[in-house]
Design a protein around this ligand. Sequence first.
Ligand SMILES: *Cc1c(COP(=O)(O)O)cnc(C)c1O
Ligand code: SF4
Length: 321
Amino acid sequence: MVHWKEVLRKNFTQWEPLCDYLELDEAARPHILKKSIFPLNLPYRLASKIKKNSLTDPILLQFVPLSEEEQKIPGYSRDPLQETTFKQSSKLLQKYPSRALLVTTSACAMHCRFCFRRHFDYDVHSKSLDLDLQKTREDPSIKEIILSGGDPLSLNNETLASMITSLETIPHIRRLRIHTRFPIGIPERLDPELLHLLGKSRLQIWVVIHCNHAQELDVDVLSALKSVQKQGIPVLNQAVLLKGVNDSIAAQQSLAETLIDHGILPYYLHQLDKVEGAAHFAVEDHIGVQLIEELQKRISGYGVPKFVREIPQKLSKTPLC
Ligand SMILES: *Cc1c(COP(=O)(O)O)cnc(C)c1O
Ligand code: SF4
C-alpha cells in the first residue's frame, strides 16, 4: 500500500496545474482565486471526482478558491465562534460540560473553503501538549477528549500513540473522539498501524468524519472506514449545509443513504458558521429545516442528522428543528 504521506505530497496546491487538470476554459479561469490567504490544498482523489470544466461541481465548490471569497459581507468575521475566549490552555478548548477539545495541529489533508477555523489562531510555537494534558488531569469533570484541529490524523502514528497513552493514564477520561476529514481525501491514512493503535486502547473511541456530499464517498473511502468499524469503533458523520453543494433534498437523501448503507450514522448537519470568506455558502435556516423535515419522511429515523447551529456561550449546539 502507498504511504499516506506520499499521497498527501501529491495534493494540488497551485492553481495552474489544477485549472489544467480540471480543463477549465478561458471563461472559467478568471473565477478562480489565484492567491488566497487560506491556500489551495486538494487531494488528488477529490480532484479526480470533479466534473471537467464546471464551476458548479459540489466538490469543486468545497475546495477550490473562487473570487466570491474576497467579498466582505457584514456579519462574517474571522473568529465567528469566539473560540479564543474558551481556551483553557494553548490547545485545550472547553465550551461544553464533560468534554473538551484538543486542537492538536493546524494541518489538514485538504482545505475546505467554508472552514470556520480558516483564520484560527493556532498555537504553532510549542508542539508539547504537557500543559494541556495537565489541565485535563486536574479536571475530573472531563470524561471525553475530542481530538480536533486542523485534522488530528495529520499527526503521525507515533505522535498519536503517545498522545493516546498519556490520555489513558488519566483515570477520569473514558472516551476519545477523533474528528477527522482525512479519510475522505486520503483513505490510505487509515493504515494497519493506526487501526491497531485505536483498536487496543482502553478508551472507547468514536470516529466522527466530515462528509458533505455522497460523491466524496467512494469504495476505497468506505472500505477504509469499514476497517475502523471492525475495530469496534463507531463511525459518525457531520456535515455542513452549503449552498450549491448539499442544499437540495436529493443531495441530502443520497448522502444519508450512502452513510447508513455503510453503518455510518449521520450525526449533525451544521448551519454554516459566519466566517469571513464563506458568505457565498450561506443557506437560510428555514430551507435547512425543510430539508430535514422532508428527509424524515423518506428515510429511517436514525438516518436523519440533527440540524444545529453553534452559538457562542451556549452549553451545547443549538437545534434548529
Ligand atoms: C462541537 C463541539 C464539541 C462537541 O459537541 P457534541 O455536541 O458533543 O458533539 C465539543 N467542544 C467544542 C468546543 C465544540 O465546538
Ligand atoms: S478538514 Fe476540517 S479543519 Fe481542515 S479545513 Fe476542512 S473543515 Fe477545516
